[in-house]
Design a binder for this molecule. Structure first.
Ligand code: AMP
Ligand code: FE
Ligand code: FE
Ligand code: ZN
Length: 287
């Protein structure tokens, strides 16, 4: 079994990268990818340690993009996973990540202001300290829970932080096609993360978006994901086949920041992610 979608304390997970290696080894996983939002820091920290833990560590990342079509300047949020199977990306890609991190910090500043205007007592200093080194909305959610504004992380998203909630502020994010191109240019393999979430777009728009991303160079789709059912896995395997894509799979583990998710488990039905998925992904690069 493997897990190619894991977040650590370098982004919005609650488990430090080194602990991820230990937990993955204890869970009997063969391969893992740390796929933090906008940063390779978790991968960089664990790369020298993975072999000793008996783990095949894949360099990964998750990018926040938007699929913008004509007449739709904001466009739906699309997460693109990238896997660098032939080695970590170079300086150009890493410099672009610094730019992405700046737009995250800017969004966070505006989100604090928005929450304050709604009467929520929260400061940028608190978020900086609590979400170090790269705060995300789950840190905001946990602070809202700690301060007693909501009872759960889920409620924080529903009432304040989610895309359709009252404190939501959009982040300046690249087009999905740009994300895909940047990954390809850096020698990576772009995979559409948790495709089920695109369902909110409606079936016709979703098909259009996926086709557009395939044309932009998308190479894979995340068929196994902790929010997918057994049926979803089959649906996305079939979609991959139709478009000539490989499949990827991961739990989207965030530790305590997303309770109930188990490392290596690729569906609600607790189906383990087979090692064959990574073997096929690597084989797809060679062909
Ligand atoms: P950000 O990248 O800072 O905009 O935060 C996005 C992250 O928030 C996602 O990667 C998830 O980890 C988390 N998230 C988004 N929506 C929800 C939700 N409804 N419930 C719990 N966590 C969520
Ligand atoms: Fe996240
Ligand atoms: Fe995601
Ligand atoms: Zn994720």
């Amino acid at each position: 079994m493997i897990d190619l979608h894991i977040h650590t304390t370098e982004s919005d997970g609650s488990t430090p990268p080194v602990r991820i290696l230990e937990q993955a080894r204890d869970a009997g996983l063969e391969a893992v990818a740390i796929s933090d939002h906008d940063t390779l820091a978790g991968y960089d920290a664990t790369a020298p340690l993975a072999a000793a833990a008996g783990l095949d560590l894949v360099c990964g990342i998750e990018l926040s993009t938007r699929w913008r079509s004509a007449g739709d300047s904001r466009g739906p949020s699309v997460h693109i996973l990238a896997y660098f199977l032939n080695g970590a990306p170079g300086a150009g890609f890493r410099q672009w990540l610094v730019e992405l991190q700046a737009t995250r910090h800017d969004r966070n500043r505006r989100l604090v202001e928005r929450l304050q205007s709604l009467g929520v007592a929260i400061t940028m200093e608190e978020i900086r300290a609590f979400g170090r080194p790269l705060p995300g909305r789950p840190h905001f959610a946990r602070l809202l829970v700690e301060k007693g504004y909501v009872r759960t992380i889920e409620e924080a998203f529903k009432r304040y932080l989610g895309e359709f909630a009252r404190a939501y502020v959009a982040r300046e994010s690249p087009d999905s096609a740009e994300g895909i191109h940047r990954v390809l240019d850096a020698g990576g393999t772009p995979s559409l993360a948790h495709p089920k979430r695109l369902a909110k777009m409606g079936a016709a728009k979703k098909a259009q978006a996926i086709e557009g991303m395939v044309n932009a160079g998308l190479r894979a789709v995340e068929a196994y994901h902790s929010e997918h059912t057994r049926q979803d896995i089959e649906t996305y395997k079939a979609l991959a086949k139709r478009y000539g894509l490989a499949i990827t799979g991961g739990s989207d583990f965030h530790g305590e920041n997303k309770p109930g998710v188990v490392l290596g488990m690729g569906s609600i039905d607790r189906i383990g992610i087979p090692s064959q998925v990574l073997e096929n992904l690597r084989a797809s690069l060679r062909s």
